[in-house]
Design a protein around this ligand. Structure first.
Ligand code: PR8
Length: 455
């Protein structure tokens, strides 16, 4: 099955996201998908909180003059902005934009908050929806017009060095985040022509989807003083001079959810990292005539025993066990416990792990310990498997040969790395190889230009 077909199929069958909402690029998170989203964004929330970021919340509407203040920024976004032009029947004096991102609203406020160097650094973030009128082909959770989960962090510092350090911290936070989810990545510095509108430079994380195309899953931007000069975020330095704040911003979106699905899933359905699985263990009673009471009681007993430690669910629907197995396999539940009369007699528990589709038995006395270990092992296994596939998608070439590059990108796809040379590093190279230049990257200690077919 083609990847895109598999992907649409799984969003529906695993009850993650319903695409039938009558606006292009907008869909509905179903309860199961919503829980995956909640656990996933809880990880980034914790990582940001731990590293001194504070969560805040800004309005969704931005007045036109504010959005247009920074020239580069508005140039980059003007074709993508949704406008609110009326209040009821009355035309508004000032058009209001639905935020495509929140630099302009946040930096307007930062100007009011920053007076002296001791007011800095400011490190805030919000997890909100943003709107971009995307003209490229929209795709569920990948290219949305309403980005339903946009985690954007914004920082301001008193020195250039501190802002530079913040970029490094953001990269290390995202590394931890994607490592926790087992999502492989290549980090590159985007070329000048592809940096964030208004940034000095952009660092990006790309992963590779099963069809060999890359997906930008996070970006970290060093904004220098571009925005602080426009928005007059001025502070008094320790020596009594005035300076403009040095800023950074970084973001991720629903694409993280799309990546969890795409990277770990298999022909049977989802394979969820236990840390974000809404149900980590499903208990399926195997009912045999005459043994109903015994089996159901055992299932309940196990449920009570495990529920404080893990996210457990008993599937007591009145349908065949085979169908239950299938449903939970599609939904990617990491572990299944099958409770049958024979096992009860032998004081054994039958476990099934979704990642390897293996069944095994454990002694009831060791159940919790084995579950704990197995969940960790599942995470390790799916992470290693994902990195292995990712590495297989990387082709290192010794020199630039457009025909060879085109051939690889039409057959195997993935990412091609060619040794970095200033003289070939320009937009024309993209035309020559008929692909996107992701940017400059370090790979195994050497500097390369990364080229790929992107989403
Ligand atoms: C910023 N300002 O905005 P960025 N659908 C889903 N995900 C998307 C879409 C879309 N249409 N467009 C972008 N993303 C900065 C940083 C505040 C935070 C995802 O940066 O425009 C991409 O993964 O690069 C992208 O890397 C991330 O949002 C941040 O968007």
């Amino acid at each position: 099955m083609e990847f895109s077909e598999w992907y649409s199929d799984i969003l529906e069958k695993a009850e993650i996201y319903d695409v039938r909402y009558p606006i292009k690029g907008c869909g509905v998170y179903l309860p199961y998908g919503f829980k995956i989203r909640r656990y996933t964004f809880e990880i980034i929330r914790n990582l940001l909180d731990e590293s001194g970021h504070d969560e805040a919340l800004f309005p969704m509407l931005i007045p036109e003059d504010l959005l247009a203040k920074e020239g580069e920024h508005i140039k980059g976004f003007e074709d993508e902005v949704y406008w609110v032009t009326h209040g009821g029947k009355t035309p508004l004096d000032v058009k209001l934009a639905l935020r495509p991102t929140s630099e302009t609203s946040i930096y307007y406020m930062m100007k009011l908050w920053v007076k002296v160097h001791t007011d800095l650094p400011i490190k805030i973030y919000q997890i909100v929806n943003t709107f971009r009128y995307e003209t490229k082909h929209t795709r569920p959770l990948i290219r949305l017009r309403e980005i339903m989960t946009f985690k954007e962090a914004h920082t301001a510092h008193s020195t250039k060095e501190e802002a530079e350090k913040q970029v490094k911290e953001a990269i290390s936070i995202y590394k931890k985040f994607f490592d926790t989810l087992g999502i492989p990545y290549l980090i590159s510095k985007r070329p000048e022509w592809d940096k964030f509108p208004g940034a000095e430079y952009t660092m990006a994380f790309d992963t590779i989807f099963p069809d060999g195309r890359t997906m930008q899953i996070a970006t970290v931007h060093n904004l220098g003083q571009n925005f602080s000069k426009t928005f007059e975020i001025i502070f008094e330095t320790p020596t009594g001079d005035k300076d403009y704040a040095y800023q950074t911003c970084y973001g991720i979106s629903d694409r993280v959810i799309a990546s969890i699905i795409a990277i770990h899933g298999d022909e049977k359905g989802l394979v969820l990292p236990p840390i974000v699985a809404p149900i980590q263990i499903v208990i399926v009673p195997l009912i045999f005539k005459g043994k109903e009471k015994e089996v159901n009681e055992k299932a309940k007993e196990l449920y009570e025993k495990l529920k404080g430690k893990f996210r457990v669910h008993i599937d007591d629907r009145d349908i065949r066990p085979g169908r239950k197995f299938n449903d939970w396999e599609i939904k990617g539940v990491p572990l299944r416990i099958e409770v049958g009369p024979k096992d009860i007699e032998n004081k054994k528990i039958t476990l099934f792990r979704r990642d390897t589709m293996e069944k095994f038995q454990v002694d009831e006395t060791q159940l919790e310990e084995v579950i704990e270990k197995t969940l960790n092992n599942i995470m390790e296994n799916i992470k290693n498997r994902a990195w292995e596939k990712f590495e297989n998608f990387i082709t290192v070439l010794e020199d630039i040969n457009p025909d060879e590059i085109k051939k690889i990108l039409s057959e195997k796809r993935g990412v091609i790395l060619i040794p970095f040379k200033e003289e070939i590093y320009n937009e024309e190279l993209e035309e020559k190889v008929e692909a996107t230049i992701l940017g400059e990257t370090e790979y195994k200690g050497n500097k390369y230009i990364a080229i790929a077919k992107t989403y």
